[in-house]
Ligand binder design. Structure first.
Ligand code: GLV
Ligand code: MN
Ligand code: MN
Length: 421
């Protein structure tokens, strides 16, 4: 069962998609084959310029909204909201070349394939990239898509401070991506995101395509611990108010919590700064982050509660001050059941092995799911490595994922009576 109107049998040009991925990865390239294009840096601007250039070359009508989300639209033979493919092109500082970039460039490959074939769809098609998906420089993550769907006010988003102190709105102006398109436009008929799995499941099981059922809940907390810096040689242990000790205890407890909760509970202390950070000085201040994730909201809330209580007690026992701030908090999201089923069905029609699975990482699709039917297609990540320069997905897996995306976009943009959307 595939798209109608002579579109069966059409396939993407995998070599062209891989060439675009390699081309974009040259911007912000770092040793080992990775990419560093933190949101709204000069690297991000150069990456955006390149992708916008490709959008224009492909004949898309490009618009940028006030939070810097960029949408390129290909007109349909009819009106109505477009079927959108999207993702992000910002990266973490130690990023790979596939995370996010694949979803955007695969969307462009779908457009290029239809242009080559001279095929029109009834509904318009769109390809989008959203600002600051990674959340590595500005929190929360998925910020641009969250604003797009009305989950965060434009003002709050523009006033967000980066880890380097810069104001998001100023950075957006500086790189020339504070646009004038209305936020949240266009409305979307359905949203699809092709992404690398970033985990080990598909590779371990030898499966080509993941039909993503949903995204786990995300909880990011920053703790600031303030004690007393003092001489490491002369300060008796009984007189210490050691911020470093409490940070270490919180980190150890976070791991213990994840092990006790079992299942797919994750706990990560990804950032920890001690001050003054010297070998012979008791740390007077510690700033740390804890990332907790679970597909089960109730378990996630229990784990958060236990972590916060432990941190409070550990700080009191050491006589240090503790404050905490939520950097991001999103409940688990379920994707549209019909679309998840179509990802699996199309994969099977194409002779590809497929399984359903949840996403461990956050994605723009989880935000778009608030305003339209949304789904994701995963392709295998070698050794499950991501947010690392070694991130790799084989070209044939990329091509397979892009062909599933193409088929589903066609099916949704030129629907048969019984397509269900
Ligand atoms: C964002 O992409 C995350 O899952 O950390
Ligand atoms: Mn991503
Ligand atoms: Mn990422």
């Amino acid at each position: 069962m595939g798209a109608t109107n002579g579109m069966d049998g059409i396939t993407v040009n995998g070599a062209r998609l891989s060439a675009r991925l390699a081309d974009l990865a040259e911007i912000g390239a770092i040793p080992g084959g990775g990419v560093s294009r933190l949101a709204l840096t000069d690297g991000d601007r150069a990456g955006r310029d390149k992708v916008v250039g490709w959008m224009r070359d492909l004949g898309l009508a490009v618009s940028t909204d006030a939070i810097g989300n960029v949408v390129g639209v290909r007109a349909g033979t009819g009106d109505g909201p477009p079927v959108m493919a999207g993702s992000h092109i910002d990266t973490v500082a130690t990023g790979g070349r596939y995370d996010g970039n694949l979803g955007v460039l695969a969307g462009l490959e779908v457009i290029a394939t239809l242009n080559d074939a001279g095929l029109k769809t009834r509904r318009p098609l769109a390809v989008a990239f959203f600002t600051n998906e990674e959340g590595a420089r500005f929190q929360p993550d998925m910020l641009g898509s969250l604003v797009y769907v009305g989950g965060l006010s434009l003002d709050s988003a523009l006033n967000t401070r980066a880890i380097d102190g810069a104001r998001l709105g100023d950075e957006l102006m500086r790189i020339g991506y504070a646009g004038d398109a209305p936020v949240g436009a266009p409305q979307i008929h359905a949203y699809l995101e092709l992404h690398v799995e970033q985990g080990p499941v598909l590779e371990e099981e030898g499966i080509a395509i993941g039909a993503v059922e949903g995204v786990q809940g995300i909880s990011w907390t920053e703790f600031v611990i303030e004690g007393q810096s003092n001489h490491a040689g002369t300060t008796p242990m009984r007189l210490r108010r050691d911020a470093g000790l409490v940070a270490g205890q919180i980190a150890g407890f976070a791991r213990q919590l994840a092990e006790e909760a079992g299942g797919d509970q994750g706990a990560t202390v990804g950032a920890l700064t001690l001050s003054p950070n010297l070998v012979n000085v008791v740390a007077g201040r510690a700033v740390m982050t804890v990332d907790l994730r679970n597909t089960d909201e109730a378990v996630l809330q229990q784990v958060e509660g236990r972590l916060f209580a432990f941190a409070r007690d550990a700080a009191a026992a050491e006589g240090v001050r503790l404050s905490r701030r939520t950097l991001a908090r999103f409940e688990p999201v379920a994707f549209d059941r019909h679309l998840v089923g179509r990802v699996a069905g199309i994969a099977r029609d194409l002779g590809l092995s497929v399984r359903t699975l949840p996403s461990g990482a956050g994605h723009d699709a989880q935000m778009l799911a608030r305003v339209c039917p949304a789904a994701m297609i995963f392709v295998p990540s070698v050794k499950g490595i991501s947010h690392n320069v070694q991130e790799f997905t084989a070209p044939e897996d990329i091509t397979a994922g892009a062909n599933v995306l193409l088929r589903l976009m066609l099916e949704l943009a030129d629907p048969r009576e019984d397509s269900g959307i």
